[in-house]
Design a binder for this molecule. Structure first.
Ligand code: 4NP
Length: 165
């Protein structure tokens, strides 16, 4: 069976992308696809390298039965070789990643995560808003957006696995 490698990317790698990583990991486990898909996350910035996920993000995820883990790291040019898709949380992350991409083909691996959510595409609002400087509500909203988009991403993963078979 082929493998698909997903890298979720936000600014700090302590709120949104660890949340997306954990949500997708949980979904893949429940679908019996963990063995076929690699999931990781990284940040475009370096401020929080080595730090665990934000406590507010961890608490919001726990309320939905999702456990966050890992330590923050910064995205590298090698990530464009090892990942099949780099899933950006907002337009700034998309722009920063495309600027970092070592080739046009690498830049094409960069997608807004919410571009996999038909409702988000319908409204044209593709950002998962940065919750870091806001209130608790922002963290629940991150989960709502991420959970919807990951369902669409799961369909994309299934299509890629079928094409690689
Ligand atoms: P994240 O949130 O990109 O979802 O991990 C942020 C975390 C830290 C900062 C900004 C956003 N910061 O400016 O330190």
């Amino acid at each position: 069976m082929g493998r698909v490698r997903l890298l979720f990317v936000c600014l700090g790698n302590i709120c949104r992308s660890p949340t997306a990583e954990a949500v997708m990991r949980d979904l893949l486990e429940r679908e019996g696809l963990s063995g076929a898909v690699e999931v990781d996350s990284a940040g475009t910035g370096s401020w929080h390298v080595g730090h665990p996920p934000d406590e507010r993000a961890t608490a919001a995820a726990a309320r939905r039965g999702i456990a966050l883990g890992g330590a923050a790291r910064q995205v590298t040019r090698e990530d464009f070789e090892t990942a099949d898709l780099l899933l950006a949380m907002d337009a700034r992350n998309v722009a920063d990643l495309r600027a970092l991409a070592p080739s046009p083909a690498a830049a094409e691996k960069v997608r807004a995560l919410r571009s996999f959510d038909p409702d988000a595409v319908g409204t044209g609002e593709l950002d998962v808003p940065d919750p870091y400087f806001g209130g608790e509500d922002g963290f629940g909203l991150v989960l709502t957006h991420v959970q919807a988009a990951c369902l669409g991403l799961l369909a994309e993963v299934r299509a890629r696995l079928a094409a690689a078979r």
